[in-house]
Ligand binder design. Structure first.
Ligand code: C2G
Length: 130
């Protein structure tokens, strides 16, 4: 039973988010997702998420590929989250390539390619212009 963990804000949920979650699940048996809190995400992206952390967690937890979700409050707690959820494999998008290599002493770490040409920022820009 391989437990996979991944993290993200997943604001304005789109097909790129779905793809990384489905690919993450396919690398193991059970997928755990850390959803970035509003405060953490605002600090990271310099923009308040459009969907609240509660709504983002509800959307992610309703997906067939997701076993459970929890709130991710900081990057520094990543090791604690991996340990407390007994994860064997950390999956991140390749925009984070190299950033979590230190965690290889507690679990496997894989960076998957991002889906091209889709992002929350681009969607928001299109909506603004419409
Ligand atoms: N993603 C993707 N393709 C896209 C857009 C996003 O594969 N076109 C992936 C990202 O690589 C990430 C996940 O979807 O793995 C969530 O993306 P974000 O919400 O932008 O995540 P981020 O805020 O970078 O949070 O601890 C790290 C963070 O929580 C990661």
């Amino acid at each position: 039973m391989i437990r996979v963990i991944t993290f993200g804000t997943f604001d304005v949920f789109h097909a790129g988010h779905l793809s990384i979650l489905e690919r993450s699940k396919s690398l193991g048996d059970y997928l755990i997702v850390g959803v970035s809190s509003d405060a953490f995400s605002t600090g990271k992206k310099k923009r308040t998420p459009i969907y609240s952390e509660n709504d983002r967690m509800r959307i992610i937890s309703a997906l067939a590929c997701v076993g459970e979700v929890f709130l991710e409050e900081s990057l520094e707690q990543k090791e604690d989250y991996i340990r407390s959820h007994a994860a064997h494999l950390l999956v991140m998008g390749d925009d984070w390539r190299g950033k979590f290599d230190d965690l290889r002493n507690i679990c496997d770490v894989i960076y998957l390619p991002r889906t091209p040409s889709i992002s929350t920022t681009a969607i928001v820009e299109v909506i603004k212009k419409t």
